[in-house]
Design a protein around this ligand. Structure first.
Ligand SMILES: *[C@@H]1O[C@H](CO)[C@@H](O)[C@H](O)[C@H]1NC(C)=O
Ligand SMILES: *[C@@H]1O[C@H](CO)[C@@H](O)[C@H](O)[C@H]1NC(C)=O
Ligand SMILES: *[C@@H]1O[C@H](CO)[C@@H](O)[C@H](O)[C@H]1NC(C)=O
Length: 249
């Protein structure tokens, strides 16, 4: 690519040459000079909105919305499949805390988010004693959920010998937050009264309901977020993200 740029300098402005060593980090990255949480929180918050829009130039897909093609969830007695889904809201997540322990390969992130998931669903089985064979629209609105991620990082060199952050593994806790609203149509085919009664029940018991089936949905979302972040870390070297010397590795 640099050779190509150099050829172009014959024809165009010499400024093209600078592309050879151009930084890869987008402008919204404001690297911290230390690992004080105050700076890391601000830098992370500054990055949330532009990052979640996606960075097609460096192969990072959008996180707001992100697509849930098909997500099967096996509940006791009911098989639910979520289809053609879209999750929105990550762009407005509030960064509550960020801690980085570079030597220990630990990175901790805590955010509060409102997330809306919309799509189609099918449900087959039994729910609350009733045989269920539903199929329709589902909308789930999650208000003020708090997500804490505990990430084990690693460091590695790319083909050009530049250091990168990597994600070795992660764990998370998810607090479902203030409230979850369910709007699911046609739970019981041909029986709108029963469908509505059960929907009211699901909303009144949202916390228990969510404990039953929330985990696969959140696991799915976390996996999308982490694989997107991994693409970003693969594209942008360490020294463009943090102005703190990288520990020996
Ligand atoms: C890091 O230090 C440089 C030089 O002192 C300064 O310009 C920059 O604003 C600092 N970055 C942050 C995020 O504080
Ligand atoms: C989520 O929505 C609620 C209600 O609309 C609002 O009060 C709250 O500030 C929002 N939280 C975030 C993290 O945006
Ligand atoms: C639930 O969704 C249906 C159609 O998808 C809509 O007509 C209805 O107004 C929604 N109800 C609530 C409480 O949002």
């Amino acid at each position: 690519m640099c050779a190509y740029v150099l050829v172009f300098t014959f024809l165009a402005a010499a400024t093209f040459v600078s592309d050879c060593s151009a930084k890869l980090a987008p402008d919204f990255i404001h690297p911290c000079n230390n690992t004080e949480p105050a700076c890391l929180i601000k830098a992370t918050q500054d990055a949330v909105l532009p990052f979640t829009k996606g960075l097609p130039d460096i192969g990072v897909p959008s996180l707001d919305p992100f697509v849930i093609d098909e997500l099967p969830i096996q509940l006791p007695g009911v098989k639910v499949t979520f289809l053609d889904g879209k999750a929105t809201g990550l762009r407005k997540c509030q960064v509550l805390n960020v801690e980085a322990y570079l030597e220990k390969n630990v990175f901790q992130l805590q955010v509060r988010c409102n997330i809306t998931i919309k799509g189609k669903y099918t449900a087959v089985g039994r729910l609350l004693l009733f045989p269920i064979n539903g199929e329709g629209d589902a909308k789930i609105k999650i208000v003020n959920s708090v997500i804490k991620m505990d990430i084990k990082t690693k460091y590695y060199k790319d083909n050009e010998g530049r250091d990168h952050f990597g994600i070795k593994s992660y764990r998370y806790t998810f607090d479902y937050g203030d409230r979850i609203f369910y709007n699911i149509t046609n739970l019981f085919k041909g029986n709108p009264e029963l469908s509505n009664t059960v929907l009211v029940f699901l909303n009144e018991n949202w916390r228990t309901v969510t404990e039953e089936f929330g985990k696969p949905v959140v696991d799915y979302a976390m996996n999308v977020v982490v694989s997107t972040a991994t693409k970003f870390f693969n594209a942008v070297p360490y020294d463009e993200l943090l102005y703190v010397p990288i520990p020996k590795y």
